[in-house]
Design a protein around this ligand. Structure first.
Ligand code: C2E
Ligand code: MG
Ligand code: MG
Ligand code: MG
Length: 288
């Protein structure tokens, strides 16, 4: 009986593994086709200067419009694209689209782009980015690259030198998901980044008397001490925003301000606020 049970379990395990492998290989094929067919598109989330309430820019968030799966979020396909070795190609195609979109926005609006640690293993990463900027006529000073602390896990020396060349060209670097990484504090001393983005897990549950408030407060002091501006991500409610206001100066983003939207919605929103460059927009519609 015990033997039979064991066998059943084994059969079940084997079947589920097969399904996973099948799912995985279908996902990989879908991603490969999706890149070829232009199914990966940038969505944009507003970033707000909290003290003035002004829009300061957008974070580009990758989406996959899959014919089979619908609109797929990056947590599903980014790790697979990394394993498949296509993350640089995918990321650069998204950036190219985003540079073309953002060229039509008022020139003070910045564009933040998430970078995978896999991309930073390429010693020529900085050159690739600069080439892409030139190709699409987008100023380095409007680009902000978001990296995470895990970027330093493989080759910290190389990543530091890549960051240095990017910053020399006027590109800003933000440390994303700050507070969730490994040995944050010791790395901050030597990691030349321009901004800390407090992870939304700390922000989402911010209440008056809880531990997250203490942690967020500590990150604000750290940012102030190191003269690094702070962005709070995942601001979902007016209550959270109010709690953050007591802590100091920062910029923010989150569903309280808006969900990530596609390029057409962003264009419409900016047009209604007078933040769209008229002639550039017309040129694009004509198919440039
Ligand atoms: P992230 O960079 O930390 O982006 C923030 C994520 O939180 C986004 O999820 C965004 O939609 C979501 N978010 C924003 N505001 C709120 C809020 O108020 N409440 C809640 N619950 N969520 C909020 P998304 O778009 O699914 O992206 C997930 C992650 O995927 C990103 O985390 C980023 O690490 C990665 N990612 C996105 N686009 C790219 C890309 O082009 N390249 C790479 N390498 N990674 C990307
Ligand atoms: Mg990010
Ligand atoms: Mg984040
Ligand atoms: Mg994240």
């Amino acid at each position: 009986n015990a033997k039979k049970k064991g066998k059943n379990r084994y059969a079940w395990f084997e079947a589920s593994m097969e399904t996973d492998l099948q799912y995985r290989s279908e996902l990989e094929r879908g991603i490969r086709d999706g890149i070829t067919n232009g199914e990966f598109v940038p969505f944009y989330e507003q970033q707000i200067d909290i003290s003035s309430g002004d829009l300061i820019g957008f974070e580009m968030l990758a989406r996959w419009r899959s014919p089979e799966l619908g609109l797929v979020r990056p947590d599903i396909f980014i790790p697979v694209a990394e394993d498949m070795g296509v993350i640089a190609e995918l990321s650069e195609s998204l950036m190219a689209q985003a540079f073309r979109d953002a060229r039509d926005w008022a020139p003070h609006l910045t564009l933040s782009v998430n970078i995978s640690q896999v991309q930073l293993r390429d010693p020529l990463f900085a050159q690739r980015i600069l080439k892409l900027l030139v190709q699409h006529n987008f100023p380095a000073s409007r680009l902000d690259l978001e990296i995470t602390e895990s970027c330093l896990e493989t080759d910290p020396q190389q990543v530091r030198s890549i960051i240095a060349s990017l910053r020399n060209q006027g590109i800003r670097i933000s440390l994303d998901d700050f507070g969730t990484g490994y040995s944050s504090l010791s790395q901050l001393r030597t990691l030349p980044v321009d901004r800390l983005k407090i992870d939304r897990s700390f922000i989402a549950s911010l209440r008056d008397e809880n531990a997250d408030k203490t942690i967020v407060n500590a990150i604000f002091s750290l940012g102030n001490g190191l003269k690094m501006p702070i962005t709070a991500e995942g601001i979902e409610t007016a209550e959270v925003l109010q709690n953050l206001r007591d802590m100091g100066q920062f910029s923010g983003q989150g569903y309280h301000y808006g969900q990530p939207e596609d390029a057409a919605s962003v264009t419409a929103m900016l047009a209604s606020k007078g933040l769209l460059l008229g002639p550039a927009a017309v040129t694009r519609e004509e198919g440039a």
